[in-house]
Design a protein around this ligand. Structure first.
Ligand SMILES: [Zn+2]
Ligand SMILES: [Zn+2]
Length: 224
């Protein structure tokens, strides 16, 4: 997300480094916030660490907000070298917290049900707001946290499939229910799989939510 001259990246999963490089120098990212430690949300930190420690980013440090376990987890996997030079790891308090990033830019987070400790993320800047629901099962916290935001980003891992007890993801109908309650300016649907029938997913969402909705597409930009 861009707020004026600043760039904040919400999650840094597989493929993120590659796409980011086509838009800007990754070393110029002002802050990264990681919702949870599943690889599809954080694994490209390994690539970015190489870029920052042995590549063009040497000498710079990017603040990384995330679950408390994140720093030790990446060190356990890849060794200690460079992590604390490349990144300033800042554990996010459970179950919720808020960080003023200066000049009116606010990062806030709120725990949502998934698997490991998982945080929905929200950015507010000059009256504009975006809320990213991370991966989550049905919950009221995201409704309250994302209430009335300009852009609400929700996962739809199950597509039109029925919900599975004990598995913290959403299907189209649950996405529609949350969006209908949160009333965002616009809904973006993400974490979808290629085999999903997009039209059927849209119809499932529309059974509950009649506001603007679209699928999050690679490299597309959205203004709030
Ligand atoms: Zn996950
Ligand atoms: Zn995921």
């Amino acid at each position: 997300m861009r707020a004026g001259e600043r760039t904040v990246v919400l999650d840094f999963g597989s493929g993120a480094m590659n796409r980011l490089q086509s838009h800007l120098d990754p070393a110029d990212v002002d802050l990264i916030a990681i919702s949870h430690v599943h690889p599809d949300h954080c694994v490209d930190l390994f690539a970015l660490r190489v870029y920052m420690v042995w590549g063009p980013g040497v000498g710079k440090t990017i603040p990384v907000f995330g679950p408390a376990a994140l720093r030790q987890l990446v060190i356990d996997f890849a060794g200690e070298i460079g992590w604390d030079d490349a990144f300033d790891f800042r554990p996010m308090d459970r179950p919720a917290g808020r960080q003023n990033l200066g000049e009116g830019l606010i990062l806030s987070w709120r725990e949502v049900p998934h698997g490991p400790p998982t945080f929905a993320l929200r950015l507010d800047w000059q009256g504009s707001s975006i809320c990213f629901g991370a991966d989550c099962g049905p919950n009221d916290a995201i409704v309250e946290f994302g209430d009335g935001v300009d852009v609400l980003v929700l996962e739809c891992s199950f597509g039109t499939q029925p919900m599975v007890d004990g598995v913290g993801h959403l299907n189209a109908e649950e996405v529609g229910r949350i969006a209908a309650a949160a009333k965002p300016g616009r809904l973006l649907v993400t974490h979808c799989y290629p085999e999903h029938d997009e039209q059927a997913v849209q119809e499932g969402i529309a059974r509950h939510y009649d506001g603007p909705a679209a699928f999050a597409r690679q490299d597309h930009s959205v203004s709030a």
